[in-house]
Write a protein that binds this ligand. Sequence first.
Ligand SMILES: NC(=O)c1ccc[n+]([C@@H]2O[C@H](COP(=O)([O-])OP(=O)(O)OC[C@H]3O[C@@H](n4cnc5c(N)ncnc54)[C@H](OP(=O)(O)O)[C@@H]3O)[C@@H](O)[C@H]2O)c1
Length: 323
Amino acid sequence: MPKPLTCDPALLDLDLHGRRYVITGANSGIGLVTARQLAAQGAEVVMACRRVGEAEARIAEIRAELPDARLEARELDLGSLASVRVFAEGLLADGGRLDGLVNNAGVMNTPQGRTADGFELQLGINHLGHFLLTELLRPMLQRSAPSRIVNLSSCFHDKAMGREGDIHFDDLHYDRRRYDGWEAYAQSKLANLLHARGLARRLDGTGVTAVSVHPGWVRTNLARNTMPMWMQDFVLRPVFRVMGMIEPWEGAQTTLHCLLADDVPQHAGAYYSQTGTYRDKAANKGGWPLRSPNPRAHDDALVERLWQVSERLVGLAEEAPAR
Ligand SMILES: NC(=O)c1ccc[n+]([C@@H]2O[C@H](COP(=O)([O-])OP(=O)(O)OC[C@H]3O[C@@H](n4cnc5c(N)ncnc54)[C@H](OP(=O)(O)O)[C@@H]3O)[C@@H](O)[C@H]2O)c1
């Protein structure tokens, strides 16, 4: 496997005092490491998590090492549009800056399920919840410009265990066909990438830069619906490492680069990839940015169609929301 890409060490020394970031799903995995690093550099970080108790426990651990870390846990369940609205309203009401929104939370290959609003679980949590959150926080990001939005996509937006990433507008929520957990994950991760492209078009000239990333194959809890965690973390860990699995710190590098590197605003809407597994083997070494091998990732009509459908589903379009 190619060597993982790493951030310019100078970026990890930048003084981030005065900056504030929101990271969804920051109580574990890549989000937790990203939150810790930004706080270590002086930033204030809002950890937007569905299990606030877990986030608070992680904050206590970080503070034991970094007593001045400014981290705050707030409740956000991306599987409920009502929860997304309550979170955003709270943040907006408290005021202050927002220098970066990291749409990081995610679930993978779940059993078939529905969010509180009846959406297919992976599309609902990974994309639609983040879509609404981003729209609600956009004014705050624009007021704080220059600012950034980083969507955690995946190389599985291209192909996930043999399933090509596509948006199945004819049956987004698996109402009429047999559910496939990998296909649904690929759909949701392609949506994350297309969302960043749609944002980049709308944010042109505002100083807010949106991009999407593949963080690498990272040893986190994400695989919990695919294999027991003890198998990944102990039994198969050395074999997986040789096959390309990386540690959470390595998995946070692409997000940190996208939040902090100077040249990212020149690539609004781009896809940044850690090492990965793509249909085009040349892409496996990753790239900051990388041209996705999935032709659908470059389809402007698809970007716009997904935007309009998402707007309607989350209740932001004029007509009544419909599934
Ligand atoms: N790990 C990889 O190999 C890999 C590869 C490509 C892309 N990614 C992407 O990287 C992102 C981060 O994942 P990770 O690998 O760090 O996995 P992780 O350790 O499982 O973290 C995922 C986070 O999302 C949170 N979450 C799940 N459902 C949520 C909901 N309804 N509302 C709010 N938060 C919710 C989880 O909260 P709980 O702790 O409460 O479950 C957890 O904090 C995901 O978007 C994933 O798709 C990961």
